[in-house]
Design a binder for this molecule. Structure first.
Ligand code: UD1
Length: 421
């Protein structure tokens, strides 16, 4: 299995371009299932999760053409409405085919995702929302079996649905399903993440009638059919945030191109509070620091609050900052798997329930570490960039799921990073 070897202690300098967002691309790729003519996308990053989604769509009969960051998806002849356990266990976001399949074809069979490294992550709200739209859903043999065959014209029915918890993929699944339903659907307590907004923009280009995306009430007037469109995927705010922290921690100066600063307000505020200089100029953000940072308290919550997907990276930053900080995780129950590994590098962190208490230390020392999820891996890369000596990060397939051209981008900024088998 591949590992990443990092020689720490080099301040990062230079500029890189931020890729298209993984978490926007995944639902938008699945939205191609709703369209009768081809959907053309640009800024689709070269990531493992994207490969997995394209493979899943291909198995279903979607014709996929890919050329660098451009992907064309033709779902005019879909022949299978199933996402198997093998696919869903590789990538939980495979659940995003459920809404589109059911809405367009009246039938879907999707494996229930199991637990994962960061918690139990149920999909009950996806299921309840579809049931509110009239779908018949049975859970058998570990599969969600959904049908609309009993409904008039086999179409889902518009409904008002309040989501008990803010769920990103849940909101996306229901928004896609409602786009082809008969009548109007109102989703309350919807996720406001920029990736939900980007999906709505794309669906509207395809002929959907969606209002309110980006707020917590989304109104979807169902239409009879959707067509393809052209869409450029929004920038990856989490990738951008990760490189911003890297610049701050290493005491360098990094300019990021192709980034929307307004999607990163909470992250930018915290970086400034930590003492980094953040300059925004159009679609660029520059982060400059002397590497002497203050510890900052973090509390994750749904957008626009501080993103859970940046929690691990800030934990790494706090590990070497001046002072004590509290990092509270409110979204996922078990998202502190990076703590033990950061401790192996010399970090002083204790956990009490969903809060980690981080006492900044003067230095970290390189060691061999291993990560259990994507953002935990990112935090280990950041720690490795400042640790003394060599840090070896095992199981980097997690990083390949979410960071496009990671070594190339880090190398362009002057880091000493190499991949080994
Ligand atoms: C998405 C993101 C992930 C991010 C997360 C939170 C994608 C592909 N992934 O994941 O990177 O960390 O949002 O911002 O976009 N929940 C339920 N029942 C449900 C659905 C969710 O109880 O039916 C709970 C989850 O267990 C979790 C919380 O709601 O505690 C939020 O999860 P959710 O927003 O659904 O995360 P994902 O959409 O899976």
């Amino acid at each position: 299995m591949d590992k990443l070897i990092i020689e720490g202690g080099i301040p990062l300098h230079g500029e890189i371009t931020v890729s298209g967002a993984k978490n926007a691309a995944l639902p938008i790729l699945c939205a191609s299932l709703l369209a009768e003519t081809p959907l053309e996308l640009t800024s689709v990053a070269a990531l493992k999760d994207i490969d997995t989604t394209l493979k899943l769509l291909d198995i279903m009969g979607v014709k996929v053409t890919r050329d660098a960051d451009k992907v064309k998806l033709d779902a005019s002849e879909v022949g299978s409405f199933e996402a198997t356990y093998e696919m869903v266990k590789t990538m939980r976001a495979s659940i995003l085919v459920l809404g589109p399949l059911l809405a367009r074809f009246g039938s879907a069979r999707v494996s229930l995702p199991g637990g994962c490294a960061i918690g139990s992550r149920p999909v009950d709200l996806h299921i309840k929302g579809l049931q509110a739209m009239g779908a018949a859903i049975h859970i058998t043999h570990g599969y969600i079996q959904a049908s609309t065959l009993h409904l008039p014209n086999r179409r889902l029915q518009g409904a008002r649905y309040y989501m008990d918890m803010v769920t990103v993929t849940g909101t996306e699944n229901l928004m896609m399903a409602a786009a082809l339903a008969s009548g109007t659907t109102i989703l309350e307590n919807a996720a406001k993440e920029p990736e939900v907004f980007d999906l709505a923009v794309c669906l509207n280009k395809m002929g959907a009638k969606i209002k309110g995306a980006g707020t917590d009430v989304i109104t979807i007037e169902g239409v009879e059919k959707l067509n393809g469109a052209s869409h450029n995927i929004v920038c990856d705010r989490i990738e951008a945030g990760t490189y911003m922290v890297a610049a701050a921690m290493t005491g360098g100066e990094v300019k990021l191109n192709n980034v929307q600063a307004d999607l990163l307000d909470a992250v930018i505020d915290k970086l400034r509070e930590a003492g980094a200089e953040v300059t925004i100029d159009g679609e660029t953000i520059t982060v400059k620091s002397d590497g002497k940072l203050n510890a900052v308290n973090i509390r994750t919550a749904p957008h626009p609050a501080f993103p859970t997907d940046m929690q691990a990276q800030f934990m790494a930053m706090n590990a070497m900052a001046e002072g004590v900080s509290k990092v509270t995780e409110t979204i996922f129950e078990n998202r502190f798997m990076h703590v033990q590994e950061l401790q192996r590098l010399g970090a002083d962190i204790s956990i009490d329930g969903n809060t980690a208490l981080v006492q900044g230390v003067s230095h970290l020392d390189g060691a061999t570490v291993m990560a259990t999820d994507l953002r935990a891996s990112a935090s280990l890369v950041l720690a490795g960039l400042v640790a003394r000596g060599e840090t070896v990060i095992e199981r980097i397939y997690h990083l390949d799921r979410g960071y496009e051209f990671l070594e190339a981008k880090l190398t362009a900024l002057g880091a000493k990073v190499k991949r080994a088998h």
